[in-house]
Design a protein around this ligand. Structure first.
Ligand code: ADP
Length: 535
């Protein structure tokens, strides 16, 4: 019989301290660059744990963070979770009423806030019912003037605290360690609690060669925000392995990111398609950087098309596609070709790489049709993706009624409509509510968008359903043209381009040219806003 040993985040912190104390963490904060090591980080994490105690935080308390990807946020990731408290990462882009809801609903006790984000919290601070203190993350000697009260200075608190701390050993691996709310495309955001155990397992498994393929020798730049789904758990994976981290801070322009990748010789990065789309356009416009160190980038959060994967490849950016959601820690699927697929034709390979891919080891999945039966593995029959496993939520935090909608018979029903092919590659066809039902048949808005975005004049396209008296619903395309192509392309041009590339009955009834596709707080196409405008 093996030891009954709890799976705790403390183990990864200890490993990085003991084995990789010299390895570097680069962090850009408010345009200032910081370099520290995992050894330095450990000392600061211990100081921070002492600070948390002296501020009155107790085991089980929720500690909010309102911050960019930087070293202080990283220190909070470890000090809070290893102290058996719950790190509640607050999404900077939530509407004020949603922000108020999530802070009060979680009952955050202390909020740590980046200096430049203070105004966003000040707007709502009057309505926060549980927050007792604010700690300001700043490089400045003195605190900026603020209405947040009481407001404390992070660096001063750390400077006055001892640099050793005994993190508790008697933590239950199933106790909550992290917390994130969904971005709520309907209703108020719903909270998901990650446990010590779920973070431990997810961060190890996703480092495997057929997923992020992360190693000590890598230089990892998570562009995906630490304020949403824990930056896909990548900071934890890096600590396990002693991987150098590059934290890009708040300036996420293509130029800033490319320069940083060049300067720090980044080998792996991760982000949503909008980030990589803007980098692609920047490179296509003739801007040059040495990105030769880059091994691959993970794209997820919404679909990366085959065309985008191909075009990024031309600039040496090798994409792998991953899928997940807030409820799943997040990674569930990753699209890596099997060895024998490397012999297949190029188009077939790109088509596979654009799928969301294979289920991660350790998870279970089923894909069920309307009758509740599992669909055939034929790449054609569509059904809803359901998952279960050690890093999949079992319910929303303190929402018994709303939990019943998504969590049934031990499964998470994702609301994502998918197909699965003979090889087990899953393709997300659409979110259930974005599918277009035309005359009893389904049209995938994602597929249609991906074909429209191949048009060389198109910067972005989102497809939504509009009501139709005869067919029930018909597709309408909202298209953003590249700046140099404005007014040069017509609706007829787009439709002519689509002809032959999609079934005739898929052709949009209307093509609307707009200046920008509205985005959600995490940079996804906000189809709800488009439906409200045009639907
Ligand atoms: P929200 O908070 O809006 O639920 P999440 O970040 O949890 O935001 O988003 C999860 C959803 O994003 C999934 O259910 C799926 O619809 C979509 N998604 C995530 N990754 C991909 C991907 N690689 N391709 C297509 N859709 C994706």
């Amino acid at each position: 019989m093996m030891m009954k040993h709890p799976l705790l985040i403390k183990t990864m912190l200890e490993r990085s301290r003991k084995l990789f104390p010299k390895k570097e963490i680069f962090s850009r904060c408010f345009e200032k660059d910081h370099r520290l090591t995992y050894g330095d980080m450990h000392k600061r994490v211990c100081r921070l744990a002492n600070v948390l105690q002296s501020l009155g935080a107790q085991r089980g308390d929720k500690i909010g963070t309102f911050a960019w990807n930087n070293h202080r946020h990283l220190e909070l990731y470890f000090a809070v979770t290893c102290s058996d408290m719950v790190l509640h990462t607050l999404n900077l882009r939530l509407f004020p009423e949603h922000l108020i809801h999530v802070i009060n609903h979680a009952a955050d006790k202390i909020i740590f806030v980046d200096e430049d984000l203070i105004p966003l919290l000040e707007r709502v601070s009057d309505q926060l019912t549980t927050v007792e203190k604010y700690v300001i993350l700043t490089d400045k000697e003195e605190l900026p003037p603020t209405r947040l009260s009481p407001a404390l200075h992070y660096e001063k608190l750390l400077a006055d605290a001892p640099e050793t701390f005994e993190f508790p050993d008697d933590v239950d691996e199933n106790s909550p360690a992290g917390m994130c709310y969904t971005t709520a495309t309907t209703g108020l955001p719903k909270g998901v609690l990650y446990t010590q155990r779920s973070i431990y397992l997810h961060s190890l498994v996703q480092a495997l060669p057929d997923i992020h393929c992360l190693a000590e020798q890598d230089v990892l730049m998570p562009v995906v925000p630490m304020f949403h789904v824990m930056a896909w758990g990548l900071p934890f994976s890096a600590a396990w392995l002693g991987t150098k981290l590059v934290m890009p801070g708040r300036v996420l322009t293509p130029d800033a990111l490319c320069k940083l990748m060049e300067q720090e010789k980044v080998t792996i990065s991760a982000g949503v398609p909008t980030i990589w789309m803007s980098i692609l356009q920047h490179l296509e416009a003739g801007n040059k950087y040495d990105l030769s160190a880059l091994r691959h980038v993970a794209i997820g959060g919404s679909a990366a098309s085959a065309n985008m994967i191909k075009l990024l490849g031309k600039f040496g950016i090798n994409v792998f596609h991953a899928y997940g959601m807030t409820e799943t820690s997040p990674v569930v699927l990753a699209s890596r070709l099997k060895s024998y697929m490397k012999e297949w034709g190029e188009d077939r390979q790109y088509a596979l790489r654009a799928k969301q891919g294979l289920l991660l080891p350790g998870l279970d999945m089923k894909i069920v049709n309307n009758e509740g039966n599992e669909v055939a593995w034929d790449g054609k029959e569509m059904g809803e993706l359901c998952v279960r496993g050690p890093w999949i939520a079992g319910a929303y935090f303190d929402e018994p009624e709303r939990s019943k909608e998504n969590f049934r018979d031990g499964w998470l029903y994702t609301n994502d409509m998918v197909t699965i092919d003979e090889e087990g590659f899953v393709l997300i066809q659409d979110r259930a509510k974005d599918l277009i039902k035309s005359g009893g048949e389904w049209i995938s808005s994602v597929d249609l968008e991906n074909v429209i975005m191949i048009h060389p004049a198109v910067a972005e396209a989102a497809v939504i359903a509009i009501p139709d008296p005869k067919w029930q619903e018909r597709p309408m395309a909202c298209v953003v043209l590249k700046a140099a192509e404005k007014d040069k392309v017509t609706e007829a041009d787009i439709l002519a381009f689509l002809e032959g590339k999609v079934a005739k009955w898929w052709l949009p009834d209307k093509v609307m040219f707009i200046d920008e596709i509205p985005k959600t707080s995490v940079g996804k196409f906000n189809k709800k806003a488009l439906r409200e405008r045009f639907g």
